[in-house]
Design a protein around this ligand. Structure first.
Ligand SMILES: Nc1nc2c(ncn2[C@@H]2O[C@H](COP(=O)(O)OP(=O)(O)O)[C@@H](O)[C@H]2O)c(=O)[nH]1
Ligand SMILES: [Mg+2]
Length: 318
């Protein structure tokens, strides 16, 4: 086995806390709806749809889940709530896995470059530090590139985390071309046997053409420095943004080669159903979730633990 293993480490307690609000909106409501189901199919279908939509599973994905349910369980009225919940859990999993999942890319022959992208305030910089802590705990060497040269104070914010974690931070000057900072970062990482180079970038809206073009340039420039780089381009999405997050994922995916999504601030939202919608609609796997502001509030995304956390009531349903 190489330096990198794809084994996931999952803390169930953090999942349960992180998804508590989604569990209220989805699990507890589904339990109620299925325990008190209407004999009228249209009514029951509507209740199911509304519950899925409220947890931000999205219209198209919710429709797929409902169709599958009513096609398979025509005699739904005679089913136990527990069986319906189990069926739905299984369907969430199938829908998530409909587009192939694939592992995180690691470079076994040099630094693995991770580009963190997303809109302002989504949690990119704090997630950089959480990721760094996680990789350091796994015994890897980590460095930062502060390529957010656009916003005043952005470089200092990452530098502060770097000092706290005691890792190098290759920083750009205000208004320096972010691509040139990335070049410096790649050179540093190659020369200093860095395993993981985490690159923080400026927040950009998915509909701002020149900022998106800049992102394309960054990828191109990095690919000339280290073979296969950027090995990972991860979109950092605030889970609170729900369906807007879906449109961000689609547009970023058109411009860059996204191969992962990180959903942040899961602890503050009931919209955790967005995870299923994002994977189902874009095919981009969810890599991590963040569930708080602490350095350890990051978790590998694990589909089974997620489904258990959001609709875990199935075990107690009648
Ligand atoms: N509650 C909570 N807050 C978070 C989480 N992740 C990030 N934040 C907060 O979101 C805010 C914006 O984060 P920042 O990393 O600066 O976003 P950036 O603009 O994308 O770099 C900060 O106040 C973070 O502490 C999370 O998982 N949970
Ligand atoms: Mg930032």
């Amino acid at each position: 086995m190489g330096l990198f293993s794809s084994d996931k480490k999952v803390d169930k307690g953090k999942y349960l806390n992180g998804f508590a609000k989604t569990n209220d909106a989805l699990g507890k409501k589904l339990k109620f709806v299925t325990e008190n189901k209407s004999q009228n199919k249209e009514d029951f279908m509507e209740q199911l749809m509304v519950t899925l939509l409220e947890a931000d599973i999205g219209y198209k994905t919710s429709q797929v889940i409902c169709d599958r349910f009513f096609n398979t369980c025509q005699n739904y009225y005679y089913l136990l709530s527990k069986d319906i919940m189990n069926f739905l859990g299984k369907t969430f999993k199938e829908v998530y896995n409909e587009k192939p999942d694939y592992d995180i890319k690691y470079n076994e022959n040099g630094p693995t470059v991770i580009l963190m992208v997303g809109v302002n305030g989504s949690g990119k910089t704090t997630t950089c530090s959480k990721l760094a802590k996680k990789y350091l705990d796994e015994g890897k060497s980590v460095a930062f590139v502060a390529a957010d040269t656009f916003r005043a104070g952005a470089v200092e914010q990452l530098q502060k985390w770097a000092d706290e974690l005691n890792i190098p931070c290759i920083a750009g000057k205000t208004n320096q071309d972010p691509s040139s900072v990335l070049v410096d970062g790649c050179k540093y990482a190659s020369d200093n046997n860095i395993d993981i180079l985490i690159c923080d970038t400026a927040g950009r809206l998915q509909n701002k053409i020149n900022l998106m073009a800049e992102l394309e340039k960054m990828s191109r420039v990095v690919s000339k420095q280290i073979e296969g780089a950027p090995h990972n381009t991860w979109l950092v999405l605030d889970a609170n943004t729900g369906q807007n997050g879906l449109s961000q994922a689609m547009l970023f995916n058109e411009i860059t080669n996204l191969n992962g999504v990180i959903l942040t601030k899961m602890d503050g939202t009931s919209k955790g159903g967005i995870i299923i919608a994002i994977k189902n609609m874009t095919g981009v796997p969810v890599r991590y979730i963040t569930v708080g502001e602490g350095l350890d509030d990051i978790q590998d995304f694990d589909l089974d633990t997620y489904i258990d956390s959001v609709i875990g009531e199935l075990r107690h349903a009648k």
